[in-house]
Ligand binder design. Structure first.
Ligand code: SME
Length: 153
């Protein structure tokens, strides 16, 4: 039984192969979103928000569309992760103060920062229809993809 739902290694390989084929920034971000979501539950929706000054801008996603295409640093779980410079694992969004709802079906959320040394480039934001699904190992698999993006963007 694998330790994680997301197997990061083939996603990282696909990103490197796309980079070697001169894929654009948007293509790399979209590839990451699509490959992560293809893992299946708990990956209901995968959103790549990139930091532009003090605003997180949605540059790629796979899953339910969202009205939150721009999020100020400090707002919602996404903005809070950047403000506090840390990943957020929210097991029950109904208990999260300041949460910005994308869908009434969403039960939990994982926000993993895309970091290059001390610089925050953006984040991988994951919505799940499952309650408390993200283990430390699962978060680590998403971090492997985030680290690959930090190296390739
Ligand atoms: N729930 C996030 C907003 C992004 S939508 O979920 C895609 C938040 O609270 O920041």
């Amino acid at each position: 039984m694998p330790e994680t739902v997301l197997d990061a290694a083939p996603v990282v390989r696909a990103l490197h192969a796309a980079f070697c084929r001169d894929a654009s920034r948007q293509e790399l971000l979209q590839l990451a979103a699509t490959k992560i979501r293809a893992s299946g539950p708990p990956y209901t929706g995968v959103y790549l928000y990139m930091l532009h000054g003090q605003t997180l801008v949605l540059e790629a996603f796979d899953g339910r569309p969202t009205e939150h295409t721009e999020i100020p640093v400090g707002a919602g779980m996404c903005g809070r992760a950047v403000a506090e410079r840390r990943d957020l694992n929210i097991p029950d969004v109904s208990q999260a103060e300041g949460y910005l709802a994308c869908s009434v079906e969403t039960k939990s959320e994982l926000v993993v920062l895309i970091r290059r040394h001390d610089e925050i480039l953006g984040q991988i934001d994951i919505d799940s229809d499952m309650h408390d699904p993200f283990t430390e190992a699962e978060q680590g698999a998403v971090t492997e993809v985030a680290d690959a993006l930090a190296a390739l963007l």
